[in-house]
Ligand binder design. Sequence first.
Ligand code: SF4
Length: 326
Amino acid sequence: MGYEKQQDAAERILRLEELAGDERNGLPGSLWKSPKGDFAVYTAKSAGFCFGVRRAIDTVYREIENGQGPIYTYGPIIHNDTVVNDLAARGVRVLRSEEELDDLHDGTVIIRSHGVAERIYRKLEERGLQLVDATCPYVRKIHRAVQEKGRDGYEVVIIGNASHPEVEGIRGWCSGPASVIETEEEARAWKSAGQLPVCIVSQTTFHHKKFYKLVEIIRALRYDNPVVLNTICNATEERQTEARSIALLADAMIVIGGKHSSNTQKLYEICKKECNNTFFVQTFDDLNLRLVPSRGIVGISAGASTPNILIEEVSKLCQKTILNRC
Ligand code: SF4
């Protein structure tokens, strides 16, 4: 147990208040305290939609307003059923595969924040479909980097999950040899395609420390220094750092997000390490209120695809539960 957890709950709440009031600690989230001051619910400021996801969702709603249907998103716009169902009710359809795109003859296709491979852009153009690109600018930057490095004769290593759409998209912009590494075992077993110089990039939501650990392993395999581009998004890092700071003080931690959201999954792992009572909830209904402690701190964080409304509901429910117990 860390030093923070050994402190009395009231002391930890005070500490949280101090941190929350100090912008330098990156913790100006929202704090609710019970009337006796022995219970607090703290919602991380960075919980919920990041800039790229917000932008992609706004793009879809704007297209709906423009009324130039039919409208499709290439894959679900975010990993959140509530938002995807709302869009479906407004007539937005989801293309689940490249084959479905091949069958399309007209309409607007919106590319989500994860981005897609270069060939998908070509396909959309060839088929005469209207393209609306909501790829996050940070992801686009990686596309450009790997494309340029490939042209300059580099082999690209992407640190991330090979089956994640963002990584598939990045791979699809590599103009030379490319491979994906996610684990230490994979890094140790990695063999370069030839004698080319190596450039390493990351999936934007990859864990910071793990990224550098894998870079070190790859570095040790080769004598020449690879070019390392840390393309982990700040939004992810900030969310992870803030969640960890809260989990260090919390008696229970709730991480909200979709089960397919890799950034929520990573957030959960980080919090679980610091606070054993960490729970992953997808929706309001998953929250087991018996797990909410009767005193101390409940911390709340959420992945980049979690709507604010859901975060607020979970926070309010925790507050109501504790007030009912008083
Ligand atoms: S996490 Fe970062 S890179 Fe990914 S969509 Fe959000 S802002 Fe963009």
